[in-house]
Design a protein around this ligand. Structure first.
Ligand code: SF4
Length: 311
């Protein structure tokens, strides 16, 4: 499989672009994710030409507007150049399937970046570049490297990256009503594992050759927004039980009891998701079902990432 293009704050790859010339290499990103993702680095502060090392900047709220100003020299205002740079990169960002941002940065931070209001810091901001980049690319899965340390957030981000990647491959093949319907069928169980999911299948009920682009736009917008909510143990249990239903005639009483027990143990946090999934895969190898075989739920990304081992 080709590596997936994912944008990243350059400093997380260990590039010496930080304001103090220091390095900020993230070993999980460089060691594990780089096996699967083709990282496209962006350093907005270097790109706008303020050099390395450079004066430190911070977010300041003035007259209801958040600006990026020099710490020592408040007349050093780089708000517009950072925003313009993000806007100029829109075409490059369009080709990405995800983006990992550097936390706390007044340019790249995704959330809870310090904003100074009357000289008092409040963790309420988004970096100027990050804010424009996210606004320009509403479908793009975006996460911060700090939050990737949380297994649930990491799994959620990587799942969204793979879904958007498969969506872009579908668009590259050419959108047709039947391809769109199959895409939905293959992702339906993933959608069901997110609480309060909307039945996106209803959207596709009226899809025709002439409206396929419009339907696809609303479909992917709603899908990516649904997937942002982290799937809960309870909703995974519902999906596992739903999948178990496809084996109701095939399993012996003992096999059924074993599967139910593992699903219950997963519900109580005694085993990770991979345990009932592996048992289900084992049963489906002996009793194949075309819908389950085609679904991405039990293999949403390469197994080597071992994400469902931790959930
Ligand atoms: S946080 Fe963003 S602006 Fe700062 S060094 Fe890293 S890539 Fe450059």
């Amino acid at each position: 499989m080709k590596k997936i293009p994912v944008g990243i704050s350059s400093c997380l790859l260990g590039q010496a672009v930080r304001y103090d010339g220091g390095l900020k290499l993230d070993s999980y990103i460089v060691g594990t994710l780089a096996e699967y993702f083709d990282f496209k680095p962006f350093c907005p502060e270097v790109a706008i030409g303020i050099g390395t090392p450079r004066p430190t900047i911070q977010l300041v709220k003035i007259d209801n507007e958040i600006r990026s100003l020099g710490v020592k020299n408040p007349d050093f205002d780089v708000t517009a150049p950072l925003r313009d740079y993000a806007n100029r990169q829109k075409a490059a960002h369009d080709g990405l399937c995800g983006y990992i941002l550097k936390k706390d940065s007044p340019s790249c931070g995704m959330e809870r970046v310090k904003v100074y209001i009357n000289n008092q810091p409040q963790k309420m901001g988004t970096g100027i570049y990050a804010e424009a980049m996210i606004r320009n690319n509403p479908l793009l899965p975006v996460e911060e490297e700090g939050r990737l340390g949380d297994p649930r957030l990491r799994e959620n981000f990587i799942q969204r990256v793979y879904v958007l990647y498969r969506w872009k491959r579908l668009l590259a093949e050419g959108l047709t009503p039947s391809r769109l319907t199959r895409f939905h069928a293959r992702h339906k169980l993933i959608i069901m594992s997110h609480e309060n999911y909307i039945d996106l299948g209803q959207l596709l009920a009226s899809v025709t050759k002439s409206n396929v682009n419009d339907v696809a736009n609303s479909y992917i917008t709603q899908l990516m927004s649904t997937l942002k909510k982290v799937a809960s143990r309870k909703s995974h249990v519902n999906v596992l039980q739903h999948i178990q239903g496809y084996l109701k005639k095939e399993l012996s009483v003992d096999d059924k009891a074993e599967l139910c027990e593992l699903i219950e143990r997963y519900r109580h946090g005694e085993v990770p998701l991979i345990v009932p999934i592996n048992l289900l895969k084992h049963h489906f190898r002996k009793n194949p079902d075309p819908y389950i075989e085609d679904s991405h739920y039990m293999s949403p990304y390469p197994q080597e990432l071992q994400l469902i081992n931790e959930r």
